[in-house]
Design a binder for this molecule. Structure first.
Ligand code: ZN
Length: 307
C-alpha cells in the first residue's frame, strides 16, 4: 500500500484520540484486525475476562500472521519500529506464551505492547513481539504446557544434539513425562517453525523469552567471559539490577530448547525471564517489577558479536 493511500484513506478512519497517563493528549492509531486473527482475538477476550485482565484490544496492534498451529489457530506477532530503518542495528524479539500453562507471561507481553504503543519512539530500534507463541495451550479452559499435539515446543528446536539426545533424555531423565515430550522429529511443530522464522526474518540482536515460575533470569549465547559477550553481559547485569537484583542463574540448556538453538548454536544473546509464578492475579506486580528491566533491554544496543 502506498504511503499516500495510507495517509489519505486509512489514517483518518483509524486514528483515535486517547489521553495518556500523564494527562496529555496523544493520537494513537488503531488498526483493522485481520480476518485471520479475529476469531483468535475473541478467544483471547474470554481468557482476559476470566483472569480479570481487562480487554486485549487487538485493534490497538498491527498483527501479522503467516502460519497456523496444527489445530488451525493463527500464530501471530506484531512489530514496533520500522524494519528497514532499524535494520540489524537494534532489533529485539520478545516471546511469551511458549508454555500455555504459564499464564503470567502472556499478560507481561501485553503490558509491554501497551507500553511500547503509548510511550516509545522507534527511530533506531525495532521490537518484534509474539505474545502467545503456543496459543492452543493457552486459549483452552485448562491451559497446558504442551501444544495441541502434546509437544513441548521448548524441546522441539532442531539443535545439533536433538537426534542423539532429545528422546534419550526424555525417557531417562523425565521418565516419559508427557509435559516435556520433545516431539516426533526436530522442528516438527508449527510453533517451533514460527519462532525460527521470526529469527530468520528479523535477525534479532537479542531474544527475550518470558516463562514462569522459576524466578530467575537465564542467559544463553556468546560466552560472557569473552569480548564477544561483553554487551550481552552488561545487559544481563542491568536487567537484574533494574528488577531489584533479580536472581541470575545459569540454568542448563536442553536438547531442542530455544536457548540451545538461538543462543548457543546461532550466537544470538537469548535471555529467559522466568517470572515468579503463574498466578493471573500477580501480573501487575510482575510488570512493575520488570518494566524497567525489559525497557532497558530493548533500548540496549548490542555490539556486534564475533563468532
Ligand atoms: Zn516455560
Amino acid at each position: 500500500m502506498s504511503k499516500r493511500l495510507l495517509t489519505h484513506f486509512f489514517l483518518p478512519f483509524f486514528l483515535a484520540l486517547v489521553s495518556s497517563a500523564h494527562g496529555s493528549t496523544a493520537a494513537l492509531a488503531v488498526y483493522p484486525v485481520p480476518s485471520a486473527v479475529a476469531g483468535f482475538c475473541q478467544e483471547l477476550e474470554k481468557k482476559f475476562a476470566d483472569y480479570n485482565w481487562g480487554k486485549p484490544r487487538c485493534e490497538h496492534f498491527q498483527w501479522l500472521t503467516v502460519r497456523k498451529s496444527a489445530k488451525g489457530t493463527p500464530l501471530v506477532w506484531t512489530t514496533f519500529g520500522e524494519e528497514k530503518s532499524a535494520g540489524a542495528a537494534n532489533t529485539t524479539l520478545v516471546l511469551c506464551g511458549v508454555h500455555g500453562d504459564e499464564i503470567t507471561p502472556v499478560k507481561f507481553c501485553w503490558d509491554l505492547m501497551n507500553e511500547l504503543r503509548a510511550n516509545h519512539e522507534f527511530k533506531d530500534k525495532m521490537v518484534v513481539v509474539a505474545p502467545v507463541v503456543t496459543p492452543d495451550s493457552f486459549i483452552i479452559p485448562k491451559p497446558t504446557r504442551t501444544n495441541g499435539a502434546g509437544v513441548d515446543v521448548n524441546r522441539n528446536f532442531p539443535t545439533l544434539d536433538w537426534k542423539g539426545e532429545a528422546h534419550k533424555k526424555w525417557v531417562k531423565d523425565y521418565r516419559k513425562d508427557k509435559r516435556k515430550f520433545p516431539g516426533p522429529t526436530p522442528a516438527s511443530e508449527q510453533e517451533t517453525i514460527f519462532q525460527m522464522n521470526l529469527i530468520k526474518r528479523y535477525k534479532p540482536n537479542k531474544v527475550i523469552s518470558v516463562h514462569a515460575p522459576l524466578t530467575l533470569l537465564d542467559y544463553d549465547g556468546p560466552s560472557l567471559k569473552a569480548e564477544a559477550g561483553k554487551s550481552a553481559k552488561e545487559l544481563l547485569e542491568q536487567m537484574s539490577q533494574k528488577s531489584s537484583g533479580y536472581k541470575v542463574s545459569n540454568y542448563p540448556i536442553f536438547p531442542g530448547s530455544l536457548g540451545n538453538w538461538a543462543g548457543k548454536e546461532n550466537h544470538i544473546p537469548t535471555y529467559t525471564l522466568e517470572l515468579p509464578n503463574s498466578d493471573p492475579k500477580e501480573t501487575q506486580r510482575f510488570w512493575d517489577l520488570f518494566k524497567d528491566s525489559v525497557i532497558f533491554a530493548i533500548t540496549h544496543k548490542m555490539k556486534p558479536t564475533v563468532h
